[in-house]
Write a protein that binds this ligand. Sequence first.
Ligand code: PLP
Length: 410
Amino acid sequence: MPVPVSDLRARFPAYRRTLDGRPVVYLDGPGGTQVPDLVIEAIGSYLRDGGSNVGGGFATSLVSDRVVADARSAMADLLGGRPEEIVFGPNMTTLTFGMSRALSRAWQPGDRIVVTGLDHDANISPWVAAATDRGAEVVFAELDRRVPTVDLDHLESLLDRRVRLVAVTHASNAFGTVVDVARVCRAAHSVGALVYVDGVHHTPHRPVDVGELGCDFYVCSGYKFFGPHVGVLWGRADLLAEITPYRVRPAPPDPPDSFETGTLAFESLAGLTAAVDYLAGIAPDGGVDRRTDLVASMTAVASYERELGRRFLSGLGRFSGVRLYGPPDPDGERTPTFAIELEGWEPRAVAAELGRRGLFVWAGHYYAVEPMRRLGVLDRGGLVRIGFVHTTTVDEVDRLLEMLDALASG
Ligand SMILES: Cc1ncc(COP(=O)(O)O)c(C=O)c1O
């Protein structure tokens, strides 16, 4: 089933925004997406109708109990796990700092942690900090600069019985490269290491199945998939039961609640469930159950985004002075996220020029400092990043190409 792009766009109030009489073009999805009406309504109605903290037993408290339970079940459907394996937090970074602290209680000198030269810093710094505190060693799986992606042969060569954990991204927020996480999991598990996957950039673009990946943890962020600012961690039930998180004494002692410090943002969780329902409704497969609809919808999203990528890359190929960093094949393992450089232009100046014309793109390192440094672009302002989502139109891609052409040749 195709993605009904214009019907979907009509549900996003932010698409009504104009600049100089023309609709603005959101190409900053990897930094954060817009939200559809049902997400806004869900957040608003939680706040409007009266809320309370969980566990009070009276009507408004029971609403919050239900909101949390519904959000766990929605996220379990999105990621292919079980509701009791879903942990919420303010964002992915905070959840990762928390989990790194909890996991590292068992680390000691002589242990090793593997991180990658492709990852966003949110999946590097927490592990480096925790390892440093415990006297464990951090080693980097190198970047294969040609793609760029993780050099999986190098990653595998680092694995031995000393390795406690591998932290790896499912998709790069800079270049759109999708990593073969299932291969990483097989290799890591063969030496007894855990795998912590950063799914923040992957989640809005492709179906996710944590069981198929074989990972131990998977983290993502609602504001990157058309929802509110809330972080989500999926962890294997047996592991969550085994790990001792840092928590205040009166807080619930059992997972997943035991991993959630303080009070959750209930209105955001209501919005998160609505975002998952929105995704499930993009191209549903008969409405049998939400998980089936999500897989069908995200498969349709991936296929439509590939079309956009094909159009963009073939357009880009026609003008000189533009260099792409990332997989050049739109049909390969990539999301529609493109890091580019325009000859003679500072990345920030390109973003500013495009921004003045109503096309919103990012420039810089977007916290992907390790790959940017390895590619030698960190000190010269990083790269321009263009991100499409399933509500991006062909006309918007053409408008972008026209503007890039004007900048590159002018
Ligand atoms: C790939 C990736 N990982 C992690 C993060 C951090 O997510 P959060 O803002 O939820 O902490 C981001 C945010 O840009 C990201 O793009």
